[in-house]
Design a protein around this ligand. Structure first.
Ligand code: GLC
Length: 711
């Protein structure tokens, strides 16, 4: 079997084909059924081998809030039921371990803001060790959906708007969860979701349909899934939406022709929650029998919760709507992942692990470091941050000033608020000696206390229930009442530092003008309070850069950096150009933007090599010309100036994080290969066309040193 496919191992293939040959039709169907102990638990279903996997979830919206965690003894007891079945095929226990298990890390959108895939990999690895110690072996993550509409609540769960950054994060998180070998008891099987195009939901309304051209589907939305498959991801999950009128759970072209035919994916696909049954609502199936046949034939191997496969597969086989070969192929994919996950050799969990592996001090310490690296400094007038002892009496005010569970963000079902130090206590602990902090969670108290303070830190933003699945908004401004807070406090005339806790970009245009400094902390996780204190008081610098464009107003959405130039670009002279009469066209902050506690200069863009001989190297010199050591995310963009399709005005093709001491200069080099310039044309073919290309080595997507080359 000549293959470098990470999911094809000879000993696995031998085992699963031998096992399949012994299975009855019912046992095969059982493997395609994911079951949940919702309300009642039918142990017989397990004993008869009629449930291939169990999802540990309290319901369809497990992500909103916490839900009872799994436990190794419960999983072991259920596994014993599986071992009472005729063939003793082990259970695969699934759970949404999205950005941490008990040690909750910053939300995935914040993690992308670190522009540090290795930190995301480390976080996923810690999450895997904790979740597997409680009996979980499969996580429904990473979510790799590109998102260009922050009204959509699930923008919190992905890596933002850019394909290149999204691919880097997708691969890193898969590697973190699965490790070198899925069969290691401390590693999880990962699941790239939601295949594909979920983020184009019209109006930012979760579950709504959307349209994508073939070039945009191929070049923007599919690549992060391809990156996950190339990283060896064990499973994918089909999306809820209908894309171009075809429900993702019934899209054979994407689930079979592309995923398996073009990419060679050998794992299995699970539907999203009841999305097989929901094909009836989509209007493409008359009943569960038809829905089951449609989804299964499209390439969805396992049915999450709807039981349409369990109840109708046999009839679909009898009627010929589904063939035994198709069923065998799906069962082999599921058995393949179970075998690669080590479940046949190691189906039970060591009961002593969770006390050792969960909430280790080193995990908390890493969570604090990661949270600092995700925070984005958006404004720092007069270098007021980091706070010095010039400000001895500081008021910390706002509705989130005592945030505890809120720090965890959406999709933290195993996070426990009691594990989180409340923000006010964490800030007090981080404040230097001689600095007095007072706190006010109500605006009247805050106004009164502000008069006696040297500086006010306002903590505004979103509760996690306003973020994540099915938490969409029509207004990207601060939540109701908070703009008034900021008006009242800023009217007093003392220096104001605005800290925003959120699961999406917010249109804080007015507040950015009012405050002296703005620090975007996202939902920073279990150690977010301490991390915020470290950054505010200068024990560390904020490391983040925006992974998504920040709009000035909701009406600008969708707005993203890699847009087409149009025939009347905003850079054109005169009035005939794409614009609004009531708002500047430019975003509030561009993709890639972020400040630090020092300053960087870019100089001497140069190039070496010839594309025709393989690749061209572009270099620039970056200098730290400020007072402190600092980290810079040097970004590399290209533009295909003239092509057979209108092309984006910029596309990210590389980035490097570098740390420079004050005064230090470093040459940063990016290599560009011909295949990096390929794009999909209307008929679906990938091409690379000769012509002029612009390049930038830049601090963000709207500035930098510009050069060009001719291909
Ligand atoms: C939810 C989500 C999906 C999650 C699944 C199981 O509806 O769409 O991301 O993994 O159901 O909780």
């Amino acid at each position: 079997m000549p293959s470098n496919n990470p999911l094809l191992k000879p000993e696995t293939e031998e085992h699963i084909h031998h096992l399949l040959s012994k299975m009855t039709v019912d046992e095969k169907i059982g493997q395609t059924n994911q079951y949940m102990a919702r309300g009642f638990f039918d142990a017989d279903l397990i004993r008869k081998g009629l449930a291939g996997s169990l999802i540990n979830a309290s319901g369809a919206l497990t992500g909103q809030g916490t839900s009872r965690s799994s436990s190794a003894d419960v999983c072991n007891d259920i596994q014993k039921l599986a071992f009472e079945s005729r063939l003793k095929i082990p259970q695969l226990f699934g759970r949404d371990v999205i950005h941490g298990y008990r040690t909750v890390f910053p939300i995935p959108l914040a993690q992308a803001a670190s522009w540090n895939p290795d930190l995301a990999r480390q976080a996923a690895s810690i999450a895997a060790r904790e979740a597997t110690s409680d009996g979980i072996k499969w996580t429904f993550a990473p979510m790799v959906d590109i998102a260009r509409d922050p009204r959509w609540g699930r923008v919190a769960e992905g890596a933002g708007e850019d394909t290149y950054l999204g691919c880097q994060m997708a691969a890193a998180v898969v590697q973190g969860f699965q490790g070198e070998c899925m069969s290691n008891p401390e590693n999880l099987v990962a699941c790239a979701k939601h295949y594909v195009g979920y983020g184009v939901a019209e109006g930012g309304r979760d579950y709504d349909g959307g349209e994508l051209s073939e070039p945009t589907l191929r070049d923007v939305y599919l690549p992060p899934f391809h990156a996950a498959v190339d990283a060896g991801v064990g499973t994918l999950m089909s999306a809820f939406l209908d894309l171009n009128g075809v429900p993702a759970t019934a899209n054979r072209r994407l689930l079979t022709d592309v995923l398996r035919g073009e990419w060679g994916f050998k794992g299995f696909v699970v539907s999203d929650w009841e999305s097989v049954h929901e094909l009836i609502n989509h209007g493409v199936a008359a009943d569960d029998g038809e829905a089951a046949a449609l989804a299964f034939h499209a390439g969805v191997d396992m049915d999450m919760i709807s039981q349409a496969y369990l109840n109708h597969m046999a009839a679909n086989l009898d009627s010929g709507k589904v063939s035994m070969d198709e069923l065998d192929e799906a069962v082999l994919r599921i058995l393949r992942i179970k075998h690669l996950a080590g479940l046949f050799e190691n189906p039970f969990t060591d009961l002593n692990r969770s006390n050792r592996d969960i909430l280790m001090p080193s995990s908390r310490e890493f969570a604090r470091h990661f949270a600092r690296e995700c925070m984005v400094l958006l404004k720092n007038q007069d270098d007021i941050l980091p706070l010095t002892d010039a400000f001895k009496n500081i008021l910390v005010a706002g509705p989130l000033v005592h945030a505890q569970g809120e720090m965890l963000g959406t999709w933290a079902p195993d996070g426990r608020p009691a594990d989180v130090t409340p923000l006010s206590e964490a800030l007090k602990a981080a404040a230097p000696a001689g600095v007095q902090l007072r706190f006010a969670a109500h605006v009247d108290r805050a106004i009164e206390a502000a008069h006696a303070s040297d500086l006010i830190v306002l903590v505004m933003g979103e509760h996690p229930r306003r973020s994540g699945e099915n938490a969409n908004v029509t207004d990207l401004g601060l939540p109701p009442g908070q703009a008034e807070w900021v008006d009242a406090i800023c009217a007093i005339g003392k220096p104001v530092v605005l800290v925003v806790l959120a699961g999406r970009p917010l249109a804080i245009t007015r507040q950015v003008q009012q405050a002296h400094a703005v620090l975007y902390a996202w939902h920073p996780g279990i150690e977010g309070g301490g991390a915020l204190g470290d950054v505010l008081f200068g024990k560390a610098s904020p490391g983040g850069r925006l992974p998504i464009t920040f709009p000035r107003a909701t009406g600008q959405v969708p707005i993203y950096y890699n847009h087409k130039n149009t025939g009347r670009p905003i850079t054109a002279d005169g009035d005939f150009k794409t614009r609004y009469v009531d708002c500047p066209s430019a975003p509030l902050f561009p993709f890639g933007y972020g400040l630090t506690y020092t300053y960087f200069a870019y100089a001497n863009l140069s190039s070496r090599g010839e594309m025709n001989n393989g690749s061209i190297q572009f270099s620039a010199e970056i200098t730290n010309c400020g007072p402190r050591p600092g980290a810079e995310v040097v970004q590399f963009y290209t533009r295909d100036v003239t092509a057979s399709l209108a092309r984006p005005i910029r596309e990210l093709k590389g980035f490097q994080r570098i740390t420079l001491q004050p005064g230090e200069t470093r040459k940063v080099t990016f290599s560009l290969h011909r295949e990096d310039l390929a794009f999909t044309i209307s008929d679906g073919r990938k091409v690379c066309e000769p012509g002029i290309f612009h390049v930038w080595i830049a601090p963000n997507s709207s500035s930098g040193l510009q050069g060009q080359f001719i291909l």
